[in-house]
Design a protein around this ligand. Structure first.
Ligand code: FE2
Length: 201
């Protein structure tokens, strides 16, 4: 067994004009594939720990020291990207009534949630991710992580995530990360976010 690169759940150009096909090819076929390859190379050194990346990254101290950082980077990279592809869709979707009410309760309104998420994505210095998570108290929270660190390692369940590495937007948006963040809101798959929220709360 090994970790396998999942296919995109839509065509490479399906998210145009918000996310361009060239970016999707590079991002999925090259970057994500590299995380998969490197995660497998690390896991092969310790077959005794299995391949359940979510369980391993939920308790990083349990990972053998010689592959710990490699799995944080590449196992996290695989989990984050596998989730990210599913969090986008060319179809028009909206949060369920249940999720919309939870967003209002946590942030005041959808607009305030979007502002908080946008701020997290904009101010994450260097490479990383912005997240909407269900925290340990079962509440919604906006957060961000560096590199390929996953909120799972902090005991949080990610239900929405945005890759803000330059590789995610530089082909189309160059240095203008805020335009990419705005575009992301046009392709969010709220049906998937709903599903993750229902499972996490
Ligand atoms: Fe990425």
């Amino acid at each position: 067994m090994a970790i396998i690169l999942p296919d995109l759940p839509y065509a490479y150009d399906a998210l145009e004009p918000y996310i361009d096909a060239e970016t999707m090819h590079l991002h999925h076929d090259k970057h994500h594939q590299t995380y998969v390859n490197n995660a497998n190379a690390a896991l092969e050194k310790h077959p005794e720990i299995g391949e359940d990346l979510e369980a391993l990254l939920a308790d990083v101290e349990s990972i053998p020291a010689d592959i710990r950082q490699a799995l944080i980077n590449n196992g996290g990279g695989h989990l984050n990207h596998a989730l990210f592809w599913e969090l986008m869709t060319p179809e028009k979707t909206a949060p369920s009534a249940d999720l919309a009410a939870a967003i209002d309760a946590a942030f005041g309104s959808f607009e305030e949630f979007q502002a908080a998420f946008t701020a997290a994505a904009t101010t994450r210095f260097g490479s990383g991710w912005a997240w909407l998570v269900v925290n340990k108290e079962g509440k919604l929270e906006v957060t961000s992580t560096a590199n390929q660190d996953t909120p799972i390692s902090e005991g949080k369940k990610p239900i929405l995530g945005l890759d803000v590495w330059e590789h995610a937007y530089y082909v189309k948006y160059r240095n203008v990360r805020p335009d990419y963040i705005k575009a992301f809101f046009s392709v969010i798959n709220w049906n998937k976010v709903d599903e993750l929220y229902a499972a996490a709360k």
